[in-house]
Write a new protein. Structure first.
Length: 154
């Protein structure tokens, strides 16, 4: 039962009491009922307005989702691949994440491409922390060592 329906029901109860129209109590009941009716009307109008705003917000949310997917390449699973890499690659020619790194600040997994690694640093898209990549040590370790007794060409 809505507020307006409940107010009408109470109005019917008061009218059914057959109160003296000139009595002070009747005047108070009538004033309360008038106020209650006005409040119910205001609440109904506010509820309609909130419903309209909620509909508009839903439309904005849908538009934002469309914008994100078109501009940023974000899709429902959040990885930006359009679901293609889940079936073994999209073949679109774009450079999708080849590596993953976990941000030491926020703990989020970030997909990286070879080009991103070549930059030597990047900003975490989740927390804004600057991440630096240093591969000098790895390269030195992977260089073949000369065998003892081999001539190094000197």
């Amino acid at each position: 039962m809505s507020n307006s329906e409940r107010a009408s029901y109470i109005r019917g109860l008061i009218d059914g009491m057959e109160l003296d129209p000139n009595a002070k109590e009747t005047k108070i009941f009538n004033a309360i009922m008038e106020l209650l009716s006005e409040l119910c009307t205001s609440v109904d109008e506010l509820e309609d307005e909130v419903d309209g705003i909620a509909d508009q917000l839903d439309e904005v949310d849908e538009d934002l989702g469309t914008l994100e997917s078109e501009y940023y390449g974000i899709d429902k699973d959040g990885c930006g691949c359009g679901g293609h890499h889940h079936q073994g690659g999209c073949g679109c020619g774009h450079h999708h994440a080849e590596f993953e790194v976990i941000c030491p600040s926020c703990g989020e997994t970030i997909g990286l491409t070879e080009e991103m690694l070549d930059e030597d640093s990047m900003v975490c898209p989740n927390c804004g922390e600057t991440l630096e990549f240093d591969f000098d040590e790895d390269e030195e370790e992977t260089e073949p060592e000369e065998e003892p007794g081999e001539d190094s060409g000197e």
